[in-house]
Design a protein. Structure first.
Length: 545
């Protein structure tokens, strides 16, 4: 039976009390945000003797229903955001999934429930000996155990508050403990599952969720922006609230890479990046001095190798925050360049721990001809720190050989401020993105281009496994074999110079057709990828004559 059915039984005074008590336990089995025993201990500890006292029984159910309602509200808000963000095809991060479905107590009693649960779990964990593990894993696991142990004990000693120095350390430990320890005995596995649960509970209680934002966050960002600006008494009020809302919804969000800090279901702060510029970073007054601004800055620094920003000279609190995070003063202005006409300051952060991009990540400079090197480096310097798999294939482009990465993994950035050629380079790189929606979106920006260095990025997608991408490439090159076509000569020359690439595309199209698209296209000859390969073979043959 459902949670609602058991809740109705708990409230039904016509039923025997023993059945109502059992129904409460069954309701907990249906909704147990911190585990059955911890959930039961919290609601009964707060409500009283539920076995004999009806008032306590109903109070315990109210606590449980309040949390469940808050969780459903958060899920509904998540669904609303996802619907609003569908045009951008924003992906859901592991951190966001963990926040929605992991160990935490949603609702107004979150801190008390977490503190009680962590106390119980820590007391159990502290009495256990470190399990026997293979020697190859022992050093890493001992480090995780001691680190989470130190964070947990400090959290409890401070009455449920996290030491600021432990925030980034805890986030690192969570990734190492994501699924416990896979291997060894049952007892060993559950030793690390309990450790993971402790770390996750503390993180959800003390750390904000930092996630990509989008159009669905407009209302929350609007509330944070107004509340934070209202705290700055020195700022003149230049715009009506509706003008501000329009600017946030129609201008700032679409033109920014947006990061949102969410805590207990509320937008607590946000950061908006425009290339290397940190255009806005605001934290709601209720969440200030709780590490939200630091968490947003840390995320911005992870996806940029340098950051620039402007702030008002009167904003001493923000200036101290940025200075603690390595920003230095570049220059000061008299206010003539901002609409508030207030003196401002230009600050900059440079990641001194990383070598220059061209040294740190040279492989992407090999993805384009040498004469584009300056533009390529400009684009790469604006992009988040890159992670990519090895080269998918090599191609001849004029006198150069280029190495195209198989996949790149990083958030998108807006192309504002780049020259047309640099924007094309950016779109080419994003056609190698791990998200098919992102690949397709950037393909549309280059599919009509005929520069030789763009062609390998377009043609490689002819062998993609996503049928919508293959179909789009085929449609864009539909007149490839037509006499006098503007596409015939550049594609014919390129394919003639790169027969191995054409063979690779032919093999991939046959493989993906056989595995995924055979039902829709019973004949291989009708598959868009195969039809495109046939056309490419024809123009290559004519170019070779």
């Amino acid at each position: 039976m459902s949670f609602g059915t058991y809740a109705r039984r708990v409230r039904d005074r016509d039923l025997p009390y023993g059945l109502r008590y059992c129904s409460l336990r069954c309701a907990v089995s249906r909704y147990k945000p911190v585990g059955f025993h911890a959930t039961w201990d919290f609601i009964t500890g707060r409500a009283g003797n539920v076995r004999r006292d009806e008032t306590a029984l109903l109070a315990a159910l109210d606590l449980l229903e309040t949390s469940r309602t808050a969780w459903h509200t958060e899920l509904a808000e998540f669904a609303r955001r996802r619907t609003a963000d569908k045009p951008r095809h924003r992906t859901v991060s592991v951190e966001e999934q963990r926040y929605l479905y992991g160990w935490r107590w949603p609702g107004p009693d979150a801190h008390e429930a977490t503190l009680q649960t962590v106390t119980k779990l820590w007391n159990e964990h502290a009495d256990l000996p470190f399990p026997h593990v293979p020697i190859r894993d022992k050093a890493d696991l001992v480090y995780l155990d001691s680190t989470v142990g130190g964070i947990g004990s400090t959290y409890l000693q401070r009455g449920g508050h996290l030491n600021p120095r432990h925030r980034s350390l805890l986030a690192d430990c969570l990734s190492g403990l994501r699924f416990g320890y896979i291997g060894g005995s049952f007892e060993t596995h559950w030793y690390f599952v309990r450790l993971w649960k402790i770390a996750e509970l503390i993180a959800h209680d003390a750390l904000p969720l930092i996630r990509l934002g989008g159009a669905g966050d407009a209302d929350g960002i609007y509330r944070v922006f107004l509340a934070a600006r209202n705290e700055m008494a020195y700022l003149p009020r230049l715009h009506a609230d509706e003008e501000t809302r329009h600017w946030i919804t129609k201008i700032m969000i679409p033109q920014s890479q947006l990061w949102v800090a969410e805590h207990r279901g509320q937008v607590a702060g946000f950061a908006a990046l425009h290339g290397s510029w940190l255009g806005h970073l605001y934290v709601h007054p209720e969440f200030q001095r709780n590490g939200v601004g630091t968490a947003l800055l840390d995320r911005a620094k992870k996806v940029r190798s340098s950051l620039d920003l402007h702030l008002f000279q009167q904003n001493e609190g923000a200036r101290r925050l940025y200075e603690r995070h390595g920003f230095t003063l570049v220059g000061a202005g008299d206010g003539s360049d901002n609409e508030e006409s207030l003196p401002d300051a230009h600050m900059r952060w440079q990641d001194s721990r990383q070598p220059p991009r061209s040294v740190h990540d040279p492989s992407l400079t090999y993805a384009f001809p040498d004469d584009l090197d300056g533009d390529v480096r400009t684009v790469i310097d604006l992009m988040p720190r890159m992670s990519q798999s090895p080269a998918s294939f090599r191609a001849v482009v004029g006198e150069d050989r280029v190495a195209i990465p198989q996949r790149v993994y990083h958030p998108e950035i807006a192309p504002e401020g780049l020259s047309p050629r640099q924007q094309t380079i950016l779109h080419c790189l994003f056609t190698r993105h791990h998200d098919g929606f992102v690949r397709q979106r950037h393909l549309r920006q280059i599919v009509t281009r005929t520069e030789p260095w763009v062609l390998p990025y377009i043609l490689e997608l002819a062998g993609d496994h996503v049928i919508e991408i293959v179909t789009e490439v085929h449609a864009a090159l539909a007149d490839l074999t037509a006499p006098g076509s503007a596409l015939r000569q550049p594609y014919g020359r390129f394919v003639a110079d790169n027969p191995d690439l054409l063979t690779l595309i032919e093999q991939r199209t046959a493989s993906y057709w056989a595995c995924h698209h055979r039902k829709k296209f019973p004949r291989l000859a009708d598959y868009p990828g195969r039809r495109l390969v046939t056309a490419l073979q024809e123009v290559a043959a004519s170019a070779s004559r």
